[in-house]
Design a protein around this ligand. Structure first.
Ligand SMILES: [Zn+2]
Length: 233
């Protein structure tokens, strides 16, 4: 029989259902989370991971390497590998792109990505190339990577991740011209199933001029190749 006493996670789930709020593995639910709430949720998840270890017949009482594993897992999910679900969007201070000395070129930022597939909770490791034609506002270069990481630190599918990063970069910059190219290796392909160590997955999302203008698209892809020569993976 399962424990029917109501926990905080259940109360928050019920509230999200009432609000019509989607809470899939790739969704951000930070409006429901405070530091105090997160603390309690980690305690509750610790108990749940203890049960999983028990069901896996792992002797967490006597195995010193497994005694703190449930809490480590709970903290890792909330604070690290799924932190992009619980933390608010990184603050991206915008600077005006002055019309007298307006930057009207393409910007391509290369961002390391650490994510996790929502199917198997296996690591996804790769790199995103974020291309943008500047609009009326610019954001600090490190913010592109912060926003990409915030989207990645959830349970994701690579196709969704590329679309999420495109949407959030467009929202932060006001630009309608954005290109996202991701290449990543998936733990679920390397560690299980087909055990393919060299599999590399590529996804591309193109918006505005990146999609409609052949010269812009070519410049983006050429820039990616230049970056890969400089920092190959
Ligand atoms: Zn997977």
């Amino acid at each position: 029989m399962s424990d029917t006493s109501k926990n905080l996670a259940q109360a928050i789930r019920e509230k999200m259902v009432l609000d019509g709020k989607r809470f899939w593995a790739g969704d951000n639910i930070s409006e429901y989370i405070t530091p105090e709430i997160k603390h309690t949720l980690i305690d509750e998840a610790t108990e749940a991971f203890e049960l999983v270890l028990d069901r896996l017949l792992i002797d967490r009482d006597n195995d010193p390497n497994s005694s703190g594993t449930a809490r480590r897992l709970a903290k890792m999910y909330f604070n690290e590998i799924m932190s992009g679900r619980y933390d608010p969007k990184p603050d991206a201070t915008a600077f005006p792109n002055h019309t007298d000395e307006r930057y009207d070129g393409m910007l391509v930022v290369r961002s390391e990505l650490k994510s996790m597939c929502s199917h198997h909770h296996q690591p996804v490791t790769g790199v995103a190339y974020i291309g943008i034609l500047a609009a009326d506002t610019l954001i600090g270069l490190s913010k592109y990577t912060r926003i990409a990481q915030w989207c990645a630190r959830r349970g994701t599918l690579q196709e969704e991740l590329a679309m999420d990063i495109a949407r959030e970069i467009m929202a932060a910059t006001g630009s309608k011209d954005v290109g996202i190219y991701i290449q990543a290796v998936h733990g679920c392909c390397e560690n299980r199933g087909i055990m393919a160590h060299s599999s590399l997955t590529q996804t591309t999302v193109l918006k505005g001029a990146f999609k409609e203008d052949a010269a812009t698209k070519k410049e983006f892809m050429d820039n990616i190749k230049l970056q890969q020569e400089f920092a190959p993976r």
